[in-house]
Design a protein around this ligand. Structure first.
Ligand code: NAD
Ligand code: UDP
Length: 314
């Protein structure tokens, strides 16, 4: 069984990955500075065999005692409002943080997997997005702090692989949702579910014709797990190819919650991508992976979690 370091382990995806690793019998060292994460996401794991936690900002030198077979680098603000409020921290964790993680992997002989994003494709001119598309990113726009940090992270990861021979993996994650998303993180799903459950109007940005493709968190974690165990060095898209307009997505949430909330339209944020859909041909071929959870099922499970948290005063 392996010993795995997960940076950003107290975040939405990091906490689900931590649970998956523990379930599969691995030892997990979880590292986080809680800048956008929540101690509640991992509170239930303290005392569980194989779990340990280090509070640390990974933009600074990382020290971990003992061997590390794998490092999963997930630390980074991830929602548009988070990275607009934390632009310098976002750039630092994607650049300096990734550098520190790669240095640690080199020192320990670990396989390192970097969480990249569909945002490296920017506002894409190719649809659906394949890994060999280089993207259409505005480096000086408000989203540039996130997109360029992730593009730098990919570049330095490839450099450590080519120059130092570090075993690296890059996952390009498309919009993922599920339990534990922060209610106020501003992403479409928590915004819409929170609004619908509180009986408020749902705020659709622009005219709602922009598209996204939402992947349930357990599917994403399985894809990442398979990529971690594979030998694939070049980036792999992991996401659910089922594409939906944001307006239709908001309508689905209203129907599912069973409320009478109205949809209201608000200005579209600058550089908001018009379309997004992963081409997962490579994930299918290399990892034998494809999503299993339908939007219907995933939304129902997520809604249960949101109802519980809102009822509990969150
Ligand atoms: P999140 O904000 O819930 O989790 C990120 C975690 O990283 C938080 O716990 C935060 O406190 C921690 N963190 C941030 N900076 C840190 C630092 N300097 N040192 C230590 N910890 C730090 O976000 P998430 O949705 O779980 O995203 C996790 C990763 O996946 C990110 O790298 C993100 O870019 C990537 N990603 C997520 C999505 C998605 O749809 N959720 C899509 C594409 C990529
Ligand atoms: N969005 C919206 N209303 C909200 C939050 C988001 O219409 O309250 C839109 C946003 O403009 C984008 C899509 O939903 O077009 C997905 O946004 P999210 O922040 O979830 O992630 P993104 O894919 O933009 O990174």
């Amino acid at each position: 069984m392996a010993r795995v370091l997960i940076t950003g382990g107290a975040g939405f995806l990091g906490s689900h990955l931590t649970e998956l690793m523990l379930l599969r019998g691995h030892e997990v060292v979880c590292m986080d500075n809680f800048i956008t994460g929540d101690p509640a996401n991992i509170a239930h794991l303290f005392g569980r065999p194989g779990f340990s936690f280090i509070k640390h900002d990974v933009t600074n030198y990382i020290f971990v005692d003992g061997p590390l077979d794998y490092i999963l680098h997930f630390a980074s603000p991830a929602s548009p409002i988070d990275y607009l409020q934390l632009p310098i921290q976002t750039l630092k964790v994607g650049s300096l943080g990734t550098h520190k993680v790669l240095g640690l992997a080199k020192a320990k002989g670990s396989v390192v997997l970097i969480a990249s994003t569909s945002e490296v494709y920017g506002d894409p001119l190719i649809h659906p997005q394949r890994e060999d598309y280089w993207g259409n990113v505005n480096p000086v726009g408000p989203r540039g702090v996130y997109d360029e940090a992730k593009r730098f992270a990919e570049a330095i990861t490839m450099a450590y692989h080519r120059f130092h021979g570090v075993q690296t993996r890059i996952v390009r994650i498309f919009n993922t949702y599920g339990p534990r998303m922060r209610l106020n993180d501003g992403r479409a799903l928590p915004a819409f579910m929170g609004q619908a459950l509180r009986g408020e109007d749902l705020t659709v940005f622009g005219d709602g014709t922009q598209t996204r493709s939402f992947c349930y968190v357990s599917d994403l974690c399985e894809g990442i797990y398979r990529l971690m165990l594979s030998n694939e060095v070049m980036p792999v898209n992991i996401g659910n190819p089922t594409e939906i307009t944001i307006r239709e997505f908001a309508e689905r949430v209203v129907r599912m919650v069973g409320c009478k909330a109205k949809i209201v339209f608000r200005p579209l944020p600058e550089d908001d991508p018009k379309v997004r859909q992963p081409d997962i041909t490579r994930a299918r071929a290399i990892l034998g992976w494809e999503p299993q959870v339908t939007l219907e099922e995933g939304l129902a499970w997520t809604l249960e979690d949101f109802r519980r948290r809102i009822a509990g005063g969150a």
